[in-house]
Design a protein around this ligand. Structure first.
Ligand code: ARG
Length: 460
């Protein structure tokens, strides 16, 4: 091990156990590209401001490019005794270019440096999440278009409620994911703020130009308070929340897919590529992808709660606890991206079974509301119509019949006001088709919703 970059005031070396305990290079090396981008921007700015000679800045930029090549070719030796990604890269840079390398850290601290690196990383990953969310919305739209006229039982309390369009059901998920996309866009406004120039915590005496560094790395804004800049991790917590809500939405859809794939429902057939078998039961086709996704959701929530908990007791400004911000994000990033990808693939290939959905419509009196509304149309107050219909349902349940199986005479036994026109009302298609309120499940409205969603998607 060489002398630590911060080792001036030390005589003794770091205990090996402590080195292993405190190092972060094993995971923050993942930020190497962002670290190099930030350092290049900082060096160029230092030269523009006359803080270091232009030749030194050129040497630094060229040296960082050499370091980058070593990393890309797998030739870079990452050293735990150099603690983190920042000092690994800086130490190697100085080995390569000599004294100019030692000028890079002028007017900078690892505190503002790591904040910039992490912000750059989160910004890039959130942009990717946005693309993957949009892709999934696209798949949902395609399937919704195919199935705007396919009916299935809508549920409340997991009990049959009213018939709905499958397209409508799928677009409900598209709406959730669209909000996730909008949330990412909004979160990015707060992520894309450059902290460089905040230095350790108080700002710096060098005549730095933070705005030009921000511009160089592609961020539209700079910090407003140097103390806040080095210890703010709101952006990471928000990103983890965005990820958590994406996972919540995916997990709800997973739950439905798991239920739909159960033969008692049989609403979908899982594509072979997205299901697994049992090592003992030959008949099994299990929805493992959906189950794993539902399971991983808990882990992503754990990352959010973990970071929030890390933050809650920290006094200003930087505290080493903040090193715990990265792994939860890296882990979440991987999970969110893979989950979105898998869900897009699974939904694109999933076979819906309209006949099974159709058969299920006849179980559970999904047209009972229609009969009540029909009676309201004949002048019966709604509460009374509700009662009359409830009696008809109870009678049907006892005799193993559906409302539409009753004869006109039988129906008139519950209310004199019922006429021949009731049968058209009880038909499931008409129950759906008449729900033409904007945002309702009538196929005409579903198609409008779809068109609006596609318009949004084209701009997203
Ligand atoms: N590895 C550290 C982190 O991830 C980098 C910043 C360290 N700064 C310091 N003053 N020790 O937070």
């Amino acid at each position: 091990a060489d002398k630590k970059l911060w080792g001036g005031r030390f005589t003794g070396g770091t205990d090996a156990l402590v080195e292993a305990y405190t190092e972060s290079v094993s995971f923050d090396r993942h930020l190497w590209a962002e670290d190099i981008a930030g350092s290049k921007a900082h060096a160029r700015m230092l030269a523009r401001q006359g803080v270091i000679p232009a030749e030194d800045a050129q040497a630094i930029v060229a040296g960082l490019e050499a370091v980058q090549a070593e990393i890309e070719q797998g030739e870079f030796s990452w050293r735990t005794d150099r603690e983190d990604v920042h000092m690994n890269i800086e130490a190697r840079l100085t080995e390569l270019i000599g004294d100019a390398g030692k000028r890079l850290h002028t007017g900078r601290s690892r505190n503002d440096q790591v904040a910039l690196d992490f912000r750059l990383h989160v910004s890039r990953r959130l942009a990717l999440w946005g693309e993957l969310v949009a892709r999934l919305v696209g798949v949902l739209c395609e399937r919704a278009e195919e199935h705007a006229d396919t009916l299935l039982p809508g549920h409340t309390h997991m009990q049959p409620a009213q018939p709905v369009s499958l397209g409508h059901h799928l677009l409900a998920y598209a709406q959730m994911l669209r909000r996730d996309h909008e949330r990412i866009t909004d979160c990015l406004v707060r992520v894309r703020v450059s902290p460089l120039g905040a230095a350790a915590l108080a700002g710096t005496t060098y005549p730095l130009d933070p705005a030009s560094v921000a511009e160089d790395v592609g961020f539209p804004a700079t910090f407003r308070n140097s103390m806040d800049a080095v210890c703010d991790r709101d952006f990471a917590a928000e990103a983890l929340f965005c990820g958590s809500l994406i996972m919540a939405h995916l997990s709800r859809l997973c739950e439905e897919i798991i239920i739909w794939a159960n033969p008692a429902f049989g609403f979908v057939r899982l594509p072979d590529g997205y299901a697994t078998g049992s090592s003992i039961m030959p008949q099994k086709k299990n929805p493992d992808v959906a189950e794993i996704m539902r399971g991983k959701t808990g882990r992503v929530y754990g990352s959010l709660i973990g970071l929030l908990t890390t933050l809650k007791g920290l006094p200003l400004t930087y505290n080493r606890d903040l090193q715990e911000d990265k792994e939860p994000f890296f882990d979440t990033d991987k999970t969110v991206r893979l989950s979105l990808d898998c869900m897009s693939g699974m939904l694109a290939e999933m076979a819906f079974v309209p006949e099974a959905m159709r058969a299920a419509l006849g179980r559970g009196f999904l047209n009972a509301t229609e009969l009540a509304d029909y009676l309201v149309g004949k002048g019966v107050p709604f509460r009374e119509a509700h009662h009359v219909t409830g009696r008809a349902v109870a009678w049907c349940e006892k005799h193993g019949k559906r409302l539409e199986d009753l004869s006109l005479e039988e129906l008139r036994g519950f209310s004199e006001l019922i006429g021949e026109d009731v049968f058209q009302i009880l038909a499931y298609e008409s129950a759906v088709a008449r729900r033409t309120i904007p945002g309702g499940t009538a196929p005409v409205r579903v198609r409008e919703q779809l068109a609006e969603m596609l318009e949004w998607l084209a701009r997203a």
